[in-house]
Write a protein that binds this ligand. Structure first.
Ligand SMILES: [Zn+2]
Length: 362
């Protein structure tokens, strides 16, 4: 017998959907350890290709045999990746070694070639390692395409320790986004604007909030990047990736206005942000729009060590102001899920408060 609907105000036009059980959602196998990359030659089916970034390779190549074939990601445009398919067709396995782009490019090749995939994130900057679909661009527009399940995701403490701390700490953006994501979904539900394909599921939202609260409570460990802190971020990443698919490709409990602000900033400025910096700026602006916990989250982001001042990410306050003023039009024009950004009127007073919040000492 299906469980009773948990929705408090079921919409008359759609039947009650069965709630997703968070405990049924499983992330990819994950291993933590040291010296993991050096073991690749002993367990990855060859021939294999390491997919990485040119700037990372000098720091990592000593961990692999000298003749290891390597592919440097230059572009995430789908047409560019497609053009590189003939040159990558001979490999049985792909090893993603890097942040979001290398991880996603490795996914893309593994998918297109039907090959095996092993993921070695070199930082905690984004949650890409737990998604089946690769974030590619079609003429600059982000699309999540493909289907690749890694044999395993390997977090090598030695490699993570070598990454700049601010890059690892920025991973909190893809965790705290659960707050504003869940709030956006709840807002859409309460205003009767939930997309019919994604009816509000209180259990999913609650599970996201539980993980975000755990990270908030563990902000010291995350700032210090202790194994406990890394674990808090990774557990949230696992949920973000696995539950997007597990909830039927529903992103509503894991992201919302904070990512939409990031997309708007990127579209306006063309700047390639450190993901978590721009997302955390969006988080604070989004929390202010919701009038929920903005000061507390601002303090936590500062405590962890993510700089969200525009000048720290190569943009100006004028860019931020213009992106936020245009946000309502942006989310409507791009068809993003319904949330606070669709209704909130950004005026001079809001922008002045945001500056104060971002620059202040709270
Ligand atoms: Zn993200």
């Amino acid at each position: 017998m299906p469980p009773a609907c948990t929705s408090s105000t079921p919409k008359p036009e759609s039947a009650c959907d069965m709630p997703i059980r968070p405990e049924d959602i499983k992330a990819f196998p994950t291993v933590y350890g040291r010296n993991l990359l050096a073991e690749v030659q002993n367990f990855v089916a060859g021939p294999y290709l390491v997919v990485t970034m040119e700037d990372l390779w000098p720091h990592l190549k000593a961990l692999l045999p000298a003749d290891t074939p390597v592919y440097f990601v230059k572009s995430m445009e789908r047409a560019d990746l497609e053009a590189d398919l003939p040159a990558t067709a001979q490999y049985s396995s792909f090893i993603g070694l890097g942040g979001g782009q290398a991880i996603d490019a490795a996914k893309y090749f593994a998918w297109r070639h039907g090959a095996k995939l092993h993921q070695f994130p070199t930082s905690l900057s984004v949650d890409a390692m737990y998604g089946q679909r690769a974030g590619v661009r079609d003429n600059q527009i982000v699309r999540y395409v493909g289907w690749a399940i890694p044999e395993c995701v390997y977090f090598d403490y030695g490699i993570l320790e070598a990454a700049p701390k601010h890059i690892n700490r920025a991973g909190i953006g893809d965790v705290f986004c659960f707050f504003t994501g869940a709030w956006d979904w709840e807002y859409a539900h309460l205003t009767g604007k939930c997309e019919a394909k994604w009816p509000y599921d209180a259990g999913l939202a609650k599970h996201s909030l539980k993980l975000a609260e755990a990270a908030l409570a563990g902000k010291d460990a995350i700032r210090d990047l202790t194994p406990e802190g890394i674990g808090l971020v990774v557990e949230a990443f696992k949920w973000g990736g696995a539950s997007y698919h597990g909830a039927g490709w529903c992103p509503r409990h894991i992201e919302g206005v904070e990512h939409f602000i990031f997309y708007a900033l990127e579209a306006r400025t063309g700047v390639k942000f450190l993901h978590g910096q721009a997302v955390c700026l969006g988080l604070i602006a989004g929390a202010m729009m919701h009038n929920r916990r903005a000061e507390e989250l601002r303090a936590a982001v500062r405590h962890i060590g993510v700089d969200i001042r525009p000048e720290s990410m190569g943009i100006t306050w004028e860019d931020v102001d213009a992106s936020l003023r245009g946000l309502q039009g942006f989310v409507r024009a791009t068809g993003l899920p319904y949330g606070i950004a669709h209704d909130f009127v950004v005026d001079d007073a809001f922008l002045a408060s945001l500056r104060q919040m971002v620059n202040g000492n709270g």
